[in-house]
Design a protein. Structure first.
Length: 70
């Protein structure tokens, strides 16, 4: 059973791309340390709001999420 953890972030208008890059960099670092969490990044470019970002982490068990946050 997969677990999904969602977070909503609000950046300054026009700086969402920088936030997306930071999340990609963090995801790369987690992968180097052996994390098996899948990350999805959703932005609102089509709705006119360029400051909102939703990040979703998908993991197979709660233990893998705990290992990343500790």
């Amino acid at each position: 059973m997969a677990l999904i953890h969602s977070r909503i972030f609000y950046a300054k208008v026009g700086t969402t791309n920088e936030l997306v890059q930071l999340i990609h960099d963090d995801d790369s670092a987690m992968a180097r340390f052996g994390s098996d969490i899948n990350t999805q990044i959703l932005t609102d470019h089509m709705t006119g709001r360029s400051d909102r970002l939703v990040m979703e982490w998908e993991a197979n068990d709660i233990g893998s999420m705990d290992a990343v946050t500790n």
